[in-house]
Design a binder for this molecule. Structure first.
Ligand code: MLT
Length: 440
């Protein structure tokens, strides 16, 4: 994981206070969530931003040349149908007759219906409107979901992995301390390496059985895609062990391989999986903020006494208590992505970034670098060419090429020695990145 020297992490070191009340159990005081103090380093992307700012401050004459292919943040304008729908929604809010106050915490009915029909039923997948829960994005959902599950679940993640899953579990107390060399005690890391094509294998019978397993396909960061047989194996595993799969499908619109886009394409998944989706990378909504969770009514978890409890009512209860939902205009914008025109625009946007990914991938291959991803995902994953560690190579690319990437070590121990290039940028910048990579 990250070297433990970031400013953000340093702020989390508890300050010793010389007070007579400390450690006196009779004294009432406000306690901190000590799980936060376990966090080994600042969150990956702010740490990258901090290093880029430091470089820009040191070399202001080069700052304008920096091209950011680190965080996967979209650059192209929103689909026109989403923009029109959001304008129209704001006009409704400007008129007494059509004004809207609080909406349903879980999302407007018509929006949930458009999603359930557009992403699932029209593809032969049985998902009802009320199994869709709107949110401000899947990053929050994949941590918030832990609220309705018990303490002490054994969590498994792939390694490398999107760091938000791990950090959220640290914050919720599902891990022990940070380990020297990266990772946290108590988490099961499923190694994804060159040997297994960066795809997580189901644990063998002799390995510990996790209760909750995070899977992401197309994968962030490696850009690899799980084929049907592998997804079926995971569903069979989860059903056998009464585990739950958290299927992160934030990049499904980039998956044109025929491999499953949704976990619910697989028989039995309704009994063992939750799916997270996002409009960030399909509709360009990283700044607008909208995503959703699919919570099937047939999914159950267990009390300590062994009684099965459906999670759908708990998730509904959670939303209605903790949120008043996504803003009206944003929901209307998301709904517009499911119109005929909206679908065409989303497809064109994804095509655009996919062509960027192809250019980056081809460029890296031409340089003789070992390269994965970039075919069904907006991320290209490369082996650091000269054997240096991934943070050192990040610094070299930043200083010598003024290109920002994401060091593989930021995604976990198995990411060490690799780096990720995001295809979310303008065409001109992507072409320039390929030229500059050739010069380092
Ligand atoms: C990434 O770069 O991995 C993603 O953009 C981060 C995110 O979606 O939160």
């Amino acid at each position: 994981m990250l070297p433990a020297r970031s400013a953000e992490a340093h702020d989390l070191v508890p300050e010793r206070v010389n007070s007579p009340y400390i450690h006196d159990p009779r004294t009432i005081m406000a306690y901190v969530n000590e799980n936060y103090l376990k966090l080994a380093a600042g969150y990956l992307f702010p740490e990258i931003a901090r290093r880029v700012s430091a470089f820009a401050a040191e070399k202001p004459e080069l700052a304008k040349e920096i091209i950011r292919c680190g965080i996967g943040d979209v650059t192209e304008p929103l689909p026109a149908s989403a923009v029109r729908a959001m304008h129209a929604a704001n006009e409704e809010l400007a008129n007494r007759a059509s004004f809207k106050g609080y909406g349903p915490g879980t999302g407007y009915e018509s929006v949930r219906a458009a999603i359930a029909e557009g992403d699932f039923r029209s593809r032969g997948i049985n998902i009802t409107d009320d199994e869709i829960f709107l949110s401000d994005g899947s990053k929050g959902d994949c941590g918030n979901i832990l609220e309705i599950l018990g303490a002490g679940n054994r969590i498994a993640v792939t390694d490398p992995v999107y760091p938000a899953y791990v950090d959220a579990n640290v914050m919720f107390g599902n891990t022990g301390a940070a380990l020297a060399g990266g990772g946290y005690d108590g988490i099961t890391y499923l190694p994804c390496t060159e040997a297994n094509g960066f795809l997580a294998d189901v644990p063998s019978a002799s390995e510990a059985t996790p209760d909750i397993i995070y899977l992401c396909s197309p994968n962030n960061p490696t850009g690899t895609v799980m084929d049907r047989a592998r997804v079926e194996a995971w569903v069979a595993y989860a059903l056998k062990h009464r585990a739950i799969l958290f299927w992160d499908a934030a990049y499904e619109s980039y998956n044109r391989s025929g491999a499953p886009k949704s976990i619910f394409e697989i028989d039995g998944a309704r009994e063992c999986a939750v799916e997270f989706r996002s409009f960030s990378k399909s509709g360009g909504f990283t700044g607008v903020r909208c995503g959703y969770t699919v919570m099937p009514k047939s999914l159950k978890a267990y009390t300590r006494a062994g009684d099965a409890v459906a999670l759908h009512p708990l998730w509904t209860r959670r939303w209605n208590t903790r949120s008043n939902g996504v803003s009206y205009a944003v929901q209307r914008g998301a709904e517009a992505l499911y119109t005929v025109e909206g679908k065409r625009e989303v497809s064109a946007l994804v095509d655009f970034y996919m062509e960027n990914a192809r250019i980056l991938r081809d460029g890296c291959v031409k340089l003789g670098w070992k390269t994965w991803g970039g075919e069904n995902a907006p991320y290209v994953w490369c082996k650091v060419p000269n054997g240096s560690d991934s943070w050192a190579f990040f610094e070299r690319l930043l200083r010598d090429a003024r290109v920002v990437t994401t060091p593989g070590a930021g995604f976990g121990r198995c990411g060490e020695g690799y780096f990720r290039i995001s295809a979310f940028n303008s065409r001109a910048n992507v072409e320039e990145v390929v030229r500059r990579l050739g010069s380092v």
